[in-house]
Design a protein around this ligand. Structure first.
Ligand SMILES: CC(C)(COP(=O)(O)OP(=O)(O)OC[C@H]1O[C@@H](n2cnc3c(N)ncnc32)[C@H](O)[C@@H]1OP(=O)(O)O)[C@@H](O)C(=O)NCCC(=O)NCCS
Length: 197
């Protein structure tokens, strides 16, 4: 996730805030020792086609609890490199081929001024949550990122507790190199069960 759907809060020392809480970032400084997490029986993942932006938006709209997903967000996220979409964007599918989730193994050429792989726009439809689909999709996404990158980051929000728990489990750590990040992560310590100092 990267679209903030929010306004910039005042002051240099506060993270951006919006309906999903503070904007937070996490990093995985290496793509070594990647987690293994197979899909549950009957589920899998496939490459997305460029003409499936509407389906991607539908999944995001279904999954997103905090704000209204706009149709142009797919283009804003991926339109800068359409040729990469079939390689880096994926749909989680059930046994009948129905798309129930999505994740992208994207990139950013200017994260802290350098190129990083990016876990982008992970979402699972509510009717299919808590079956291990996001865990399996994230493991797949990290393995794909490792083809092109040696580190990865992601953007999330402080209200996305389930996602943050999963990212911690998969080896991501808070990126404290943002204004106000340390205080924002400290406030989350108990909710996400991680001993931030
Ligand atoms: C976050 C999201 C992708 C998780 O999808 P999911 O398929 O339900 O996740 P999984 O079943 O793979 O869960 C893996 C682990 O993540 C954590 N987790 C996931 N959802 C959780 C929740 N609602 N509450 C607490 N922990 C949660 C748990 O540790 C879980 O393991 P467990 O089920 O063994 O306890 C899904 O809730 C979603 O689409 N949310 C809305 C969009 C969003 O916030 N995306 C993340 C953007 S950064």
């Amino acid at each position: 996730m990267a679209h903030d759907g929010m306004e910039r809060s005042g002051g240099q020392s506060a993270p951006r805030q919006g309906p999903a809480g503070d904007s937070l970032y996490m990093i995985r400084p290496t793509l070594d020792d990647l987690p293994v997490a197979p899909f549950p029986e009957g589920y899998g993942i496939r490459a997305m086609r460029l003409d499936e932006a509407g389906l991607w938006t539908d999944i995001q709209r279904d999954a997103e609890p905090f704000f209204e997903v706009q149709s142009e967000w797919f283009g804003q996220a991926f339109g800068g490199d359409p040729d990469a979409v079939p390689q880096r964007c994926y749909l989680i599918v059930n046994a009948r081929g129905v798309a129930v989730g999505t994740v992208s193994a994207w990139y950013n050429n200017n994260y802290h001024g350098e190129t990083w792989g990016q876990v982008h726009w992970l979402a699972v439809r509510p009717a299919y949550q808590r079956r291990g689909l996001a865990r399996a999709a994230l493991a797949y996404c990290l393995a794909q990122l490792a083809r092109w990158h040696d580190r990865a980051y992601l953007g999330t929000h402080s209200e996305r507790i389930g996602a943050i728990r999963l990212y911690l489990e998969m080896g991501f750590r808070p990126d404290l190199d943002h204004p106000g990040a340390r205080a924002a992560w400290l406030a989350l310590r108990d909710k996400v069960g991680y001993p931030f100092q």
